[in-house]
Ligand binder design. Structure first.
Ligand code: G3P
Ligand code: MG
Length: 247
């Protein structure tokens, strides 16, 4: 199985920051996952939660704060003093880093209640078009099937993956609707039977967020292609990315 660094190398640097993404690249990961949403003035920013409360020194919803206001926040101190001065990156900044370092990005489209999905997809697609990144380096994912349908209109050549906690019974219909490349599901709820069905239908299968190899010992045999993890260092001996266990 391959590894994707969840929110960057988020066990060693504050999640969804340039430091976390650079650490993942230095470590040798070929892929990083990030979360994207819009600021109040419609700039795609890389941030997981609906509010800035947990991961910055500010307060309030991301969607109520302008890009300028978000940029003034410290997004590193909550993690450790070493990261004081870290800021919330824009999607454009991360794409620029990824284009120069040739790393793949799994862009998770975050849709909180009240989110304007069309505007989110339009702005994200625009930033991608203006970047130097190759479409092949990108993979969209979302828990929102509507967001995946919408991004397919704005950026049809970029692959799409449906996020589920558990894979539903009618998964095939949904995957066909969005012309999906992949399924991303919680490793804790995946069964061998589901994995086999997804793989025989021809989709890539990614599991989040497993931080120890023992937790996904069987998943490789079931056909899982990729583990999304905060701790790639637990799965490999060194930068050479040699598996510690037979994953
Ligand atoms: O993309 C996998 C994972 O990131 C989905 O959940 O809440 O960590 O964005 P979350
Ligand atoms: Mg995510």
């Amino acid at each position: 199985m391959k590894l994707t660094a969840h929110r960057g190398l988020s066990s060693l640097a504050p999640e969804n920051t340039l430091s976390a993404f650079k650490k993942a690249i230095q470590f040798g990961c070929d892929s990083i996952e990030l979360d994207v949403q819009l600021s109040a003035d419609h700039i795609p920013v890389v941030f997981h939660d609906q509010t800035v409360n947990r991961c910055t020194n500010g307060q309030g919803k991301v969607s109520d704060l302008t890009w300028h206001e978000l940029r003034l926040l410290d997004a590193g101190l909550w993690f450790s003093d070493e990261f004081e001065g870290e800021y919330i990156p824009s999607l454009a900044e991360v794409l620029s880093l990824a284009a120069s370092k040739k790393i793949n990005i799994n862009i998770e489209l975050k849709t909180f209640p009240g989110c304007d999905i069309d505007l989110l997809c339009e702005k994200v697609a625009l930033v991608i078009m203006e970047s130097e990144i190759d479409d092949e380096q990108l993979l969209f994912s979302s828990f929102s099937t509507d967001a995946l349908l919408c991004i397919a209109q704005y950026a049809p050549t970029i692959r799409r993956g449906q996020l589920w906690q558990t894979i539903p019974y009618d998964f095939l219909n949904i995957l066909q609707q969005i012309d999906a490349y992949s399924v991303h599901c919680d490793y804790r709820f995946l069964t061998e039977q589901q994995a086999v069905k997804v793989k025989s239908a021809g989709f890539q299968l990614h599991c989040y967020t497993a931080n120890f190899p023992e937790l996904v010992k069987e998943h490789g045999n079931w056909g899982v292609d990729r583990i999304i993890t905060d701790t790639p260092q637990n799965f490999v001996k060194s930068k050479a990315l040699e598996p510690v266990l037979d994953i």
